[in-house]
Write a protein that binds this ligand. Structure first.
Ligand SMILES: Cc1cc2nc3c(=O)[nH]c(=O)nc-3n(C[C@H](O)[C@H](O)[C@H](O)COP(=O)(O)OP(=O)(O)OC[C@H]3O[C@@H](n4cnc5c(N)ncnc54)[C@H](O)[C@@H]3O)c2cc1C
Length: 471
């Protein structure tokens, strides 16, 4: 018998229950990563799920995992294919046992169900969350309607404490041979490298991999003032360490949420608990909330009406004006420097700040009037920290069809950009032709371009934001 450890969003060695499960079975181990082939197919918006920076980041995560596994004699095979079909084929001989993570997204659930139906032996373990399904489901008969209720429940219940990360190294024995079907499939690493190099100039905002993740966590926490001030700085659009930068590592599973959580608790012991460290854990609970919400609500999250009961809610067909908006958005040429700077940052690096994401989402939904799911697909394509639950959960929240008790969040876009990037550092960083201009100057040129329709530095904006209208 062989144990196949099927890795998905858990590309790490430390604190990964899959290695424990495999070790307990005592059989030779093969690690497998399947890049789902359908990630390469366009969705309704025309975008697929593998942008350049994201591909580069994932390639680095895979490489680092391969190196680490190589040191303990376990081969990692990475292929492109339909995960369930690949695994059914491998398990055909009846000599294979699959060990993998519990499903988070509905597509993962469908893969696991198919494997079970085909009689493939599968064991699952929790690898992505702070809490276990038993913690959450026994405590919540109905899933909390809002994050506040979820957080209060978690914080009130003394039994709901994330376990300490596992530290013991696990002895594993690798397989001698790679099964033939795997040798015949295209390699995921090749596909990722190709995608990454398709877009020149794209450099992931963070280096991928578990080694980089642990180094980054350590370096961020060593910046004690940054952690202390996190609550005040987290809405910035530009700067260093204004937020933790952990999202990509958590999404790829290069870092476990429990490792991050306990590193913060240890930090509090050393430096004293403060609002900043609490707020970081608070944000990790947001991630947890969306994770369990997706598990609970399943495919409902992907409907236009999201979790809303109202089944008359439908999005009209796009007008030609909205098509123009979309194509200008996709080229980061909306003519609104604040929006274009955020789009360029996202497209080049695969990452933008939380407030940048909120403002882009508000702009697409409420100013462009587009189906929020196109925005979610756009982010899904580009974000290196793309996480189904957090991405679709946040988009639905802003669109008012998720968990937002206020029924949607429309931001005053210009006011927000002026507040969170007063010196225009973010605009300068991503639209270098505007470097040296103050926020007010950029705004004045923008208004002139709005009035005349031409300006060398700023094209005419595709639509007017409130301040532009009154200027
Ligand atoms: C429209 C939209 C789409 C988003 N898509 C994603 C996504 O695909 N993947 C993703 O990880 N995050 C997503 N977020 C949440 C958030 O913007 C990012 O997690 C955060 O900006 C990442 O930077 P950081 O690691 O420095 O976060 P920090 O501010 O340092 O927060 C620490 C950690 O808490 C979690 N977190 C923080 N804010 C949120 C939040 N609002 N929702 C869920 N988890 C949160 C993340 O794991 C993050 O790494 C999205 C937010 C919006 C508004």
């Amino acid at each position: 018998m062989t144990t196949i450890v099927w890795l998905r969003q858990d590309l790490r060695i430390a604190d990964n229950a899959l290695w424990q499960c495999a070790a307990e079975r005592g059989e030779p181990v093969l690690a497998l990563y399947v890049l789902p082939r359908h990630w390469l197919l366009p969705g309704a918006s025309g975008l697929d799920r593998l942008g350049a920076a994201k591909a580069g980041f994932l390639a680095q995560c895979l490489e680092d995992t391969r190196d680490k596994l190589g040191q303990i004699g376990v081969p990692l095979v990475d292929v492109v294919g339909a995960p369930d079909s690949v695994l059914v084929q491998l398990a055909g001989s009846g000599q294979t046992h699959i060990v993998t993570a519990e499903a988070q997204a509905p597509e993962e659930q469908a893969w696991l169900e198919r494997l079970q139906k085909q009689g493939v032996a599968v064991s699952t373990a929790a690898t992505q969350s702070l809490f276990t399904a038993a913690d959450i489901t026994s405590e919540t008969e109905t899933f909390p309607a809002t994050f506040s209720r979820f957080r209060r429940r978690v914080e009130k219940d003394a039994r709901l404490v994330p376990q300490r990360p596992m530290t013991a190294p696990v002895p594993l024995k690798g397989v001698d041979d790679i099964p033939l079907p795997l040798r015949q499939l295209p390699r995921a690493a090749d596909c990722l490298h190709q995608r990454h190099h398709n877009r020149t100039g794209s450099i992931p905002a963070y280096p991928g991999g578990e080694t980089a993740a642990l180094r980054h966590l350590h370096q961020y926490l060593a910046d004690v003032p940054a952690v202390r001030q996190y609550k005040e700085t987290r809405n910035q659009l530009a700067g260093t360490n204004f937020s933790s930068g952990l999202s990509g590592y958590l999404s790829a599973g290069a870092l476990s949420a429990r490792t991050a959580w306990h590193a913060l608790l240890d930090w509090e012991v050393e430096h004293g608990a403060c609002t900043g460290s609490y707020w970081l854990r608070f944000e990790l609970l947001w991630r947890e909330f969306f994770h369990w919400s997706l598990r609970h609500h399943g495919t409902a999250l992907f409907r236009y009406r999201g979790l809303d009961e109202d089944d008359t809610r439908q999005h009209d067909a796009l007008t030609s004006r909205q098509r123009t908006y979309w194509s200008r958005w996709c080229r980061a040429e909306t003519g609104l420097p604040w929006i274009d700077a955020s789009l360029v940052e996202l497209m080049e690096t695969g990452w933008i700040s939380n407030r940048g994401r909120q403002l882009l989402a508000s702009f697409l939904i409420y100013e462009m009037g587009l189906d929020w799911r196109w925005g979610a697909e756009f982010f899904q394509h580009y974000l290196l920290d793309d996480d189904v639950a957090s991405n679709w959960g946040n988009w639905a929240y802003i669109a008012g069809v998720g968990h937002d008790a206020r029924g949607g969040r429309q931001f005053a876009i210009l006011e927000q950009f002026f507040r969170h990037d007063p010196g225009a550092a973010h605009v300068h960083a991503w639209l270098p032709h505007l470097a040296g201009l103050s926020s007010e100057q950029i705004y004045r040129i923008h208004c002139r371009a709005t009035a005349t329709g031409t300006d060398a530095t700023m094209p005419s904006p595709m639509l007017l934001l409130d301040w532009a209208r009154t200027a």
